[in-house]
Design a protein around this ligand. Structure first.
Ligand SMILES: [Zn+2]
Ligand SMILES: [Zn+2]
Length: 485
């Protein structure tokens, strides 16, 4: 449905999350390495102790910190050898392309970055451009080896529930990690790993939270946008009730459209979102043709797109006792996992337009839509020359439905160019152009992943998951109701 989103691969992370290597006894009080002004923060130190299940036996370390660089084809990690094979089979030699020679596959591995980059050593030597990419590719090489090294990944230890009065700041990753009580991110590599894992839930939280860094003052939120946020935050930040509530509060419904990698994140990573809103409860709906369903679901594995490289997705999470099949209710392959009393995740493998009717009426006080790197502005593979935003089999029927609900729609992109391409694609689409107001202006997302993702079809293409973010909402034309809606 979308562009080849190489940024989506979370496979390396899964090995560690599944193994849960880190013993909780090794947790030390987090340190803060950057200037945070005069503010003092309460440290939710004890919340660490109740956060995670007992550790399993650590696996032996395969690679040490000073032995991370290996040419991919000679990597001690078999999945990285396979990655080298993928690149060799998909990526053409850039020098062959430029000199209009018949395209030969990349059989030569650069000794400096360890990636297959050219057809032969002669073309590698000839290519003055490669040095532009080589340093980043080497960084990715070492990051990928580190992720699979078997070391204890302190950066993946997550704090547990948060007390109502604890203040978390969303200025940037550093302040967030510090105020939320994460282990200190001592190296740039740790920051890259942790930001890649957390970018989806924390991007959502950083937009919706009352301490959001997106404000009118920095012109990232418009006056229209502020009204959308005010409505959502009323439900998200209700103080704890002293009396027993007769009716449970309705959950926040967050619809994550075109979901891929985000649907295969382990549920405890999404739980970081609900922890940030004590007193609120969430129902996440992961919807898209490539959604990952739990292992015990009756559905077949998701189809893979033909002709474009699709990063492999994580092994589905198996959680027999708290997972139920929802095929009958929604009429499409689907399932629901009750992750915690305040977080439920329903996954539906379908285009959103097929299931939209199940969710009405929508309410701007409790509903919001998210599309992570949707590729609106990419050419449609199914109905050229349309862009995906207008294509009947892709986003064409979806956007008008979302705008009709008057609930905000937040969109991310994996580079400045990607954000611009998607924003421009809103023009001239019937049912979209002129039908929306800005909620969040397009720009950088402080909670994007800091890790470079390399496209196997061309290692010169490198992007960062959720680099940028913007948001819109269906235009209101009718007379305003008294409550602002
Ligand atoms: Zn060549
Ligand atoms: Zn190189």
């Amino acid at each position: 449905m979308r562009c080849p989103r190489s940024s989506a691969s979370l496979v390396g992370l899964s090995a560690h999350l599944n193994r849960r290597l880190a013993p909780s006894s090794s947790i030390t009080r987090p340190r803060f390495s950057r200037d945070h002004g005069q503010v003092t923060f309460s440290r939710p130190f004890l919340s660490w102790l109740k956060s995670k299940p007992p550790p399993k036996q650590p696996l032996p370390e395969i690679l040490s910190g000073d032995n991370l660089f290996h040419p991919l084809s000679q990597s001690p990690i078999s999945s990285l050898q396979k990655r080298a094979e993928e690149v060799k089979s998909l990526a053409p030699c850039p020098v062959c392309i430029e000199s209009h020679q018949p395209q030969k596959p990349q059989q030569f591995e650069c000794p400096d970055c360890g990636w297959p980059t050219h057809c032969t050593e002669a073309h590698w030597k000839e290519d003055a451009q490669h040095k532009v990419y080589c340093g980043r590719l080497k960084e990715v090489n070492e990051d990928e080896h580190d992720l699979r090294s078997g070391r204890t990944m302190a950066e993946f230890q997550m704090p547990g529930t948060q007390a109502y009065e604890e203040a978390v700041s969303f200025a940037n990753w550093d302040v967030f990690w510090y105020t939320r009580g994460f282990a200190s991110m001592d190296t740039e590599r740790s920051r890259r790993h942790a930001s890649k894992l957390l970018t989806y839930p924390i991007t959502v939280a950083s937009l919706l939270h009352e301490n959001s860094g997106f404000t009118i003052r920095n012109q990232r939120v418009t006056p229209e946008g502020l009204r959308s946020f005010a409505a959502l935050r009323m439900a998200l930040h209700q103080p704890p009730s002293v009396e027993v509530e007769t009716e449970p509060r309705p959950p926040m419904r967050l619809f994550i459209l075109g979901a891929r990698a985000e649907s295969s994140l382990p549920p405890h990573v999404w739980e970081q979102l609900s922890h940030l809103f004590p007193g609120a409860s969430f129902h996440l709906y992961m919807i898209g043709p490539q959604v990952t369903l739990p292992a015990n679901s009756s559905a077949q594995p998701a189809p893979t797109a033909k002709g474009v490289y699709e990063p492999p997705t994580l092994k589905p999470v198996s959680n027999q006792s708290r997972t139920r099949d929802e095929q009958i209710q929604f009429g499409v392959p689907s399932s629901t996992v009750a992750v915690s009393p305040t977080l439920t995740i329903t996954s539906l493998r379908a285009s959103y337009s097929e299931v939209h009717a199940h969710f009405g009426p929508h309410d701007p006080y409790t509903d919001a839509f998210f599309a992570f790197c949707p590729g609106f502005g990419f050419p449609s593979p199914t109905s050229p020359p349309d862009l995906q935003i207008a294509a009947p089999a892709e986003w064409g029927p979806v956007l008008p439905l979302l705008l009709e609900t008057k609930c905000p729609v937040f969109v991310t992109g994996f580079s400045p160019t990607d954000v611009e391409r998607d924003v421009r694609s809103l023009e001239n689409v019937p049912g979209v152009s002129g039908e929306f107001d800005w909620v969040v202006t397009p720009g950088e997302n402080p909670f994007g992943s800091e890790k470079w993702e390399v496209a196997d079809f061309d290692p010169r293409v490198m992007v960062k998951t959720n680099w940028g973010v913007w948001g819109i909402r269906g235009k209101r034309r009718e007379v305003q109701k008294e409550d602002g809606y």
